[in-house]
Design a protein around this ligand. Structure first.
Ligand code: C2E
Ligand code: CA
Ligand code: CA
Ligand code: CA
Length: 276
């Protein structure tokens, strides 16, 4: 942008400063929020297409800012990912989610898993697998009831480190999911390299269904199946989408139709619920 001339650089400078300031302020405040327990988790249910049973939940972080109110993770996660802050935040989320899931399963004598989003920077920490094991020990959650969601684009940035860490986690008994599938630039053949249990088809592929977009979703489902990977559809909002997906062989659904992200107390009331 600088090479396009002085005027452009001058014109863009003030807004970049505002944005940079906002990020710096968010970063400072986010650091305090982690220490002050000002973050909380909400849980979005996941259902088995074949049996209609509730099988798990994705943990999603929320931040209630003292003056700005609710800030979306879509805004503050990228800020945290720009620094080591994501490591502390991610560790807080992992621990909270495992404690919650251990409690809901003990209360109801169920085996409902929790899925936790993990950033590449966390995965690259040499001690990450040990930290995961320590949290499982502390919470008493069985390792197959913890699923870690990793995004395709973040894994692609460093294949070797990612795959090795993933193999360690699988050895520890933890389940892995490839998140936001289809939004990165990898080819389907990369699926062979990632030792994942589940593949989450990004919401952007679900939205056009069932009027359009069926061939690509059908191809993803069939490719995943041939690798023995279960398919999760994200962002299912319409009954017609649910019907099409279940018919097409999708294994698991998650979306506003079957359940919005909700506080843990509300999620605990849902245990044992069914769709349709
Ligand atoms: P994601 O992992 O792809 O999570 C799914 C997002 O889609 C969530 O937004 C969820 O509320 C939203 N969603 C679920 N069902 C529907 C639907 O039917 N329609 C629509 N329009 N949206 C739906 P949320 O909670 O705002 O999270 C946004 C992103 O922030 C997440 O995307 C994830 O990338 C990141 N994130 C959230 N929590 C964490 C965390 O604890 N750690 C990390 N590293 N990232 C997180
Ligand atoms: Ca996710
Ligand atoms: Ca996703
Ligand atoms: Ca996403």
């Amino acid at each position: 942008a600088k090479s396009t001339g002085k005027n452009v650089a001058v014109a863009f400078h003030p807004s970049m400063t505002v944005e940079a300031h906002r990020r710096a302020r968010l970063e400072t405040e986010l650091r305090k929020a982690i220490d002050a327990d000002a973050l909380h988790l909400v849980y979005q249910p996941q259902f088995d297409c074949r049996t209609s049973q509730l099988i798990g939940a994705e943990a999603l972080v929320r931040w209630t800012h003292p003056s700005d109110g609710e800030i979306s993770p879509a805004e503050f996660i990228p800020v945290a990912e720009g620094s080591e802050l994501i490591v502390a935040l991610g560790q807080w989320v992992l621990r909270r989610a495992c404690l919650d899931a251990a409690r809901w399963n003990a209360e109801h004598d169920t085996a409902i898993h929790v899925s936790v989003n993990v950033s590449a920077r966390q995965l690259r920490q040499a001690q990450f697998t040990e930290q995961v094991k320590a949290v499982l020990d502390e919470s008493g959650l069985a390792s197959p009831l913890l699923e870690l969601e990793l995004t395709e684009s973040q894994l692609m940035a460093n294949m070797a480190v990612g795959v090795e860490a993933m193999q360690q986690l699988r050895t520890a008994g933890v389940r892995l999911a490839l998140d936001d599938f289809g939004t990165g630039y990898s080819s389907l053949s990369y699926l062979q390299s990632f030792p994942v249990n589940n593949l989450k088809i990004d919401r952007s592929f679900i939205r056009p269904l069932p009027q359009a977009g069926q061939p690509i979703v059908a191809a993803i489902i069939s490719m995943a199946r041939s690798f023995g990977i279960a398919v999760v559809a994200e962002g299912v909002e319409e009954p017609s989408q649910l019907a099409w997906l279940c018919d097409a062989g999708c294994d698991i659904v998650q979306g506003y139709l079957t359940g919005r992200p909700m506080p843990v107390a509300q999620f605990r009331e849902l245990l044992g619920a069914e769709i349709c």
